[in-house]
Design a protein. Structure first.
Length: 111
């Protein structure tokens, strides 16, 4: 393994990059998890960042939180028909998200 360097002023810095295969989208819950790890578990955050596992972890947290919010509550409280009552459907879904968000954030993001 050969390391290459670049010069900045009087110093040589190694050319280090993390190789990733895909571009992952990280939403609200992934960003909440990232800030939680940075503030409360800095060693774990640094380890995941250096090994390239952080992005996948945050994307998985975000996906899991979205699934829990939508799946759990739409089964318990079915929304009205979206085609016949779009405003009622939107209001119902916003209420479900607000109702579930606290529990999901506590379980998934800070858990």
């Amino acid at each position: 393994m050969e390391i290459t360097y670049h010069r900045k002023g009087d110093y040589l810095y190694p050319n280090l990059t993390l190789e990733t295969d895909e571009t992952l989208t990280i939403g609200k819950y992934g960003l909440l998890r990232k800030s939680y790890l940075k503030e409360h578990k800095p060693h774990w955050y640094q380890s995941m960042l250096m090994t390239g596992k952080l992005e996948r972890h945050l994307a998985e947290i975000d996906r899991s939180a979205q699934e829990r919010i939508v799946d759990r509550l739409t089964k318990t409280f079915p929304p009205p028909d979206k085609a016949s009552d779009p405003l009622g459907w939107a209001a119902h879904m916003n209420g479900l998200v607000a109702m579930a968000e606290e529990g999901v954030v506590r379980e998934v993001v800070y858990g």
